[in-house]
Design a protein around this ligand. Structure first.
Ligand code: UD1
Ligand code: MG
Length: 484
């Protein structure tokens, strides 16, 4: 939507969310890899509003930190005591000036809302939606998004007259048994004329069973004074359903997961063998012809190149993966992999790892903060940390770069075309020259020059008949024991 210079968005996020039974503020509970409020903010910003205010309260430090790091253009407004949704909106009044035309209010606990619904509501509020003859109708004083739902329990009900005009909103706790039967519910998403909103909030009273200042109560007062209030039905009720407990949180997460996966499959050409078991964050970029297998999590700012195979059972956080790489049963964090890599099964790739093309990191291998050159292989049971490795290197099974001496991390440098025999300990700081070979079982504490063979182990001694003698001795001991 083009910039709406006079539109202000207020997101209500101060509530404790008692029904979550948690010490984390409700809107900071996660859906996939992001707190619930991220999804609301993201859709809100698509409208290009002049400003976005977020009302914070319970656990405000945690929420404000998140806003500061992720949405620094949003403005947190502290509501010290959570005295109700009307009281929460009134917190932003101190910023109100005559540039504000419309105030859109969004609950921070409705993460499934889509910007299209908000845009349509805004257009409706401006009176253009029904102006079939093209004439400009008078604005509404308020447009609120409602929804017809099968089980309206817990929601505010929209009470209407015979002409389908709103009379008031009544909350579950204050509703009569007749009113409880109403299936049209309040989504808590509204667009108000700014002046009208603050005028009516001034006189709001906590006349209800919870003794809270309900934003919903101003609707009845406005209608009594002949203000025009319009209800705008959301096409998809899921979009406006609020998350008030952990069951609703898990349902919302499932819907978000489906939305993201469907988009990837239908618009990005990504295959998923079982999308119900694939979890992708909404900042992730996946190129076409990628296949994602079950039990896979791709989160953070990850990017997956064309033709990769990810999973089964892969976890990627903030990783960049080159084309045609395959990752099976592995955990990767803040790593950048080249093209045609083969990772896993059972590999752990930690932050700062950068691989070139055609690298293999195999079973039970851990790589941390290391560079691995083109065509190099770390196939089995190995730890590589704080290492710079050249091209065409082969690391034998069970080898370790002993990067930590108990006090500091030290660096290992391995040149090109190096062969490290199995069970080698490289004790850094140490450098292995180009074309060098390190014999299996060596503990390398000194640099190895180019093309040298390094071997550090005791010479082998074969005692002829020694095994036979040993067994005979053991048999005698065993028989003595049995005769006791
Ligand atoms: C609210 C609506 C209800 C609607 C439902 C839709 C009211 C009185 N009721 O009920 O009509 O059907 O949403 O989901 O508005 N908040 C604050 N400060 C407060 C109180 C609440 O910031 O003092 C925030 C909460 O953090 C939450 C939002 O406002 O994000 C809504 O509050 P909540 O307690 O969830 O209201 P509901 O009972 O869901
Ligand atoms: Mg709610």
């Amino acid at each position: 939507m083009k910039a709406c210079n006079n539109l202000i968005i207020v997101i209500l996020a101060a509530g404790k969310g008692k029904r979550m039974l948690s010490s984390t503020p409700k809107v900071m509970h996660k859906i996939l890899d992001k707190p619930m409020i991220h999804y609301v903010l993201k859709e809100a910003y698509k409208l290009n509003p002049a400003k976005v205010y977020v009302v914070t309260g319970f656990g405000h430090e945690e929420l404000e930190k998140y806003l500061n790091e992720n949405y620094p253009m949003s403005i947190p407004v502290f509501q010290e005591e959570q005295l109700g949704t009307g009281h929460a909106v009134n917190m932003v009044k101190k910023y109100y000036d005559n540039t504000w035309e419309e105030v859109m209010i969004l609950p921070g606990d409705s993460p499934l809302v889509k910007s299209k619904t908000l845009e349509d509501m805004y257009i409706n509020q401006k009176g253009r939606l029904n102006a079939k003859d093209g004439s400009h109708r008078e604005n509404f004083s308020c447009t609120l998004v409602s929804s017809i739902i099968e089980n309206p329990y817990g929601y505010g009900r929209i009470v209407k007259n015979k002409n389908d005009e709103v009379i008031k909103i009544v909350e579950e706790r204050d509703a009569s048994s007749e009113e409880k039967k109403i299936a049209e519910v309040n989504s808590s998403i509204y667009c108000f004329k700014a002046g009208v909103l603050f005028d009516y909030l001034k006189n709001l009273k906590p006349d209800n069973s919870q003794k809270e200042f309900y934003l919903t109560d101003i609707i009845e007062e406005m209608i009594k004074d002949k203000h025009r209030v319009s209800t705008f039905k959301a096409k998809d009720m899921l979009e406006v359903s609020g998350v008030n407990d952990r069951l609703a949180l898990s349902n919302a997460a499932k819907i978000m997961q489906r939305r993201i996966n469907e988009e990837l499959m239908l618009s990005s050409g990504v295959s998923m063998t079982d999308p119900e078991l694939v979890y992708v964050g909404d900042d992730v970029i996946i190129s076409k012809d990628v296949i994602v297998h079950p039990n896979t999590y791709i989160f953070g700012k990850s990017e997956i190149g064309k033709g990769c195979t990810i999973g089964p059972s892969a976890q990627l956080y903030d990783c960049k993966i080159g084309k045609n790489t395959s990752i099976n049963s592995a955990v990767l964090i803040e790593a950048k992999l080249g093209e045609n890599n083969i990772i896993g099964p059972f590999s752990y790739i930690r932050p700062g790892t950068i691989t070139d093309d055609k690298v293999k990191i195999g079973g039970f291998c851990e790589v941390k903060k290391s560079k691995v050159g083109k065509n190099s292989k770390i196939p089995h049971l190995t730890y590589i940390g704080d290492t710079e490795m050249g091209q065409n290197v082969n690391i034998g099974a069970s080898s370790v770069t002993c990067n930590y001496d108990g006090y500091a991390k030290n660096k290992t440098v391995i040149g090109n075309d190096v062969f490290i025999g199995s069970d080698t300990m490289l004790v850094p700081p140490v450098e292995i020259g180009n074309g060098a070979i390190v014999a299996a079982g060596s503990v390398i504490t000194e640099n190895v020059p180019d093309d040298s063979l390094a071997i550090v182990r005791g010479r082998q001694v074969n005692i002829e008949g020694g095994a036979t003698k040993y067994r005979a001795k053991k048999e005698i001991e065993k028989n003595k024991g049995a005769n006791k």
